[in-house]
Design a protein around this ligand. Structure first.
Ligand code: PAF
Length: 286
């Protein structure tokens, strides 16, 4: 496995593979890898002959009061995990190469960021769209793999690739959960022992919502109220949003027809947690 720090070397590595007719799967990450990332890498390996992973904590996607400086980092462990899963190259650029002095071009979408996480993290998706565009241009993959845990991010990347004519297939991978149901996230590391059990309430809301839908409840308001009630039963939780929305546009819906995305974000102490699930109406009700 090659560890590549410079942009030129990364592009040469990919161009060399592509001139030989080989395919490249790309998994962009911010490191501190966990089983969720490994699932993305495994999917990438299944779908292409070569796997490139990037590890870059992207400053442009953190707001001034967010956790950029404290975001967990574990480069040596991460490289070991990439090696074990059989990555061919890991791209580890430095910030000053990605955003050199004088950098001024950003990628912004007009609609999708104005929902869900974008409302409380106003710079987040501009930073994500910009870095992913740059990484796509540098790594030149045939396909790129993203987790459904960051559902809005995945929707934004799909739209970006369509709008900007990238010839890259975007592959989504289902959320990987801890045995007790908590969605895997690098930020779970921030949770104290006391907070950890409360984090299960997110998945409980989503499960209960699906059960309500299976029992015939289609009123989005009632589903949101149920979830808000569960979350607010914990005094340590502050709700950012609970939403039932269209899976493509992310616009809120009044009722669940066939399927709708339920997404939520909360603050548990100082940790922001997100989770989501597709609510699917049983066949008889569609
Ligand atoms: O999902 C992430 O880890 C990041 O948002 C990404 C896609 C690597 C861009 O920095």
């Amino acid at each position: 496995m090659q560890v590549i720090a410079t942009i030129d070397e990364m592009t040469r590595f990919s161009e060399n593979l592509r001139t030989r007719g080989q395919t490249i799967a790309f998994v962009p990450t911010m490191g501190y890898l966990h089983a969720g990332h490994l699932a993305l890498m495994a999917e990438g390996k299944k779908k292409a002959e070569n796997l490139v992973v990037s590890i870059f904590v992207n400053p442009a996607q953190f707001g001034p009061s967010e956790d950029f400086s404290t975001y967990p980092r574990a480069m040596e462990q991460d490289l070991e995990q990439c090696r074990n899963i059989g990555a061919d190259a890991v791209f580890t650029p430095v910030s000053t190469d990605i955003y050199p002095k004088g950098f001024q071009t950003y990628v912004e979408l007009e609609k999708l960021p104005h929902h869900l996480c974008g409302l409380s993290r106003p710079v987040f998706f501009k930073g994500v769209a910009t870095v992913v565009t740059k990484l796509f241009n540098i790594v030149k993959p045939n396909l790129a793999v993203f987790g459904e845990k960051d559902y809005q991010q995945l929707a934004i990347i799909r739209q970006l690739v369509t709008d900007l004519n990238f010839d890259i297939e975007i592959v989504g991978v289902p959320i990987v959960r801890e045995p007790d149901g908590l969605a895997k996230s690098s930020r779970n590391k921030y949770l104290s022992q006391q907070e950890r059990p409360h984090a299960l309430l997110l998945n409980r809301c989503l499960d209960t919502a699906q059960k309500m839908v299976e029992q015939g409840e289609t009123d989005a308001r009632k589903i949101v109220d149920m979830a808000t009630g569960i979350l607010l039963s914990c005094p340590d939780i502050r709700v950012d949003y609970v939403c039932v929305c269209d899976p493509v546009t992310l616009d809120g819906v009044d009722s669940v027809r066939k399927k709708a995305l339920m997404a939520l974000a909360v603050w548990l102490g100082k940790t922001r947690l997100i989770d989501n699930r597709m609510l699917v109406l049983p066949d008889r009700a569609k």
